[in-house]
Design a protein around this ligand. Structure first.
Ligand code: 5GP
Ligand code: MG
Length: 180
């Protein structure tokens, strides 16, 4: 698997440090939450990020899962997003923080935020590990961002290509010949 990496964009140490900083920011943001924090993990790309992040959060919280259609198979082009399935998503009256792996065109986050807003949470924010620069997002932005990256298709730390590479501990670009 490591032989497939063309270039490492973000190292393990950089990820660890930034996840710790984000946990600190989230801890401060929700320190006085009376309703209780509810983390929504957008499947499947955010699983590693969410699992690392929430273990550094000191407050009581709940986690729900939301599956959104993603890039099918060997494509690196964005497709229109739609919600496929949700699990334990009873967020009415709670402080909701949506966590996704990467913000590209914003289509995915828009669909997720609209779905959750309709459930009338007490508050609704978003956090993404990565944000691609130079993209028009129609006014949609994440509240918290881990790293800004160039506009390349990345894998690792939860992000896949054709279902593979989610278990890479770094954020990387594959060798060009592997993108079919
Ligand atoms: P958006 O809807 O903002 O255009 O794209 C966000 C979704 O597309 C992410 O949740 C992720 O699933 C997928 N995505 C966007 N860019 C990349 C990328 O560089 N690598 C991978 N693996 N997935 C991406
Ligand atoms: Mg995704």
């Amino acid at each position: 698997m490591h032989a497939d990496i063309g270039r490492i964009l973000i190292s393990r140490e950089q990820i660890d440090r930034r996840v710790g900083e984000l946990a600190g920011e989230i801890g401060r943001l929700y320190a006085d939450s009376e309703k209780g924090l509810f983390i929504v993990c957008v499947l499947s790309g955010a699983i590693i990020f969410v699992s690392d992040l929430i273990r550094q959060l000191p407050m009581k919280m709940r986690v729900g899962l939301l599956a959104v259609s993603s890039y099918p198979g060997k494509t690196t082009q964005a497709q229109p997003a739609h919600v496929l399935q949700s699990f334990d998503l009873d967020v009415t009256g709670l402080d909701v923080l949506v966590i996704d792996d990467i913000l590209d065109t914003g289509g995915t986050l828009r669909v997720v935020m609209d779905r959750l807003a309709a459930m009338r949470p007490a508050s609704l924010r978003s956090c993404v590990l990565l944000r691609k620069s130079g993209k028009a997002r129609g006014g949609l932005e994440a509240d918290l961002v881990g790293f800004d990256i160039e506009d390349v298709f990345v894998v690792g730390y939860g992000l896949d290509y054709d279902g593979l590479y989610r278990n890479l501990p770094v954020i990387a670009v594959l060798k060009p010949e592997l993108y079919g």
